[in-house]
Ligand binder design. Sequence first.
Ligand code: HEC
Length: 149
Amino acid sequence: MNRMFGAVIAVSALGVAAGATATAGPVEDRQELMKSVGKSIKLSVQMVKGEIPYDAAAAAAAMQTINGVPGRFEKLFPAGSDLHPKTAAARKIWEDMKGFLAKSADMKAASAKAKIAAGQGQAAFKAAIFGSVLKTCKACHDAYRIKRN
Ligand code: HEC
């Protein structure tokens, strides 16, 4: 009886361990979201520079992807996650959460406008990307992201 009980405990402990490795934590999740933002921007810049043909639907979809990030991203900064060995998030996020959230809202607003601009053609989209969306990346990164080599 005792042995059986022990075996059940051992198996469930394994289950927990397997679950823990399969599920990414908030740091990995927020980095994944930022990677999707990075990919969307890369595609957009390639299109406005004429490196690949301009595609209004793809441009709008890229802005939609970015627009969906802030609501999820903002929830992935639990206290203490600045201490994660792989994070580039600066301590300032936790010291000034209000300012950080404002930068996040700026990106959301800029991407919504750029999505509309995407339907107005390459020139309008280019103006939205260089004139506003990319500025919101830099504004947040400069203040709230640690520079790493
Ligand atoms: C509200 C703040 C904020 C905005 C706006 C923002 N970022 Fe970030 N970004 C961060 C933070 C914080 C990190 C570091 C996350 C971590 O390592 O925990 C990051 C990391 C990244 C990374 C690295 C992801 C990785 O591989 O770990 C990329 C790429 C990136 N951002 C691209 C962008 C682009 C492009 C934009 C603009 C369209 C943008 N970001 C806008 C805060 C922001």
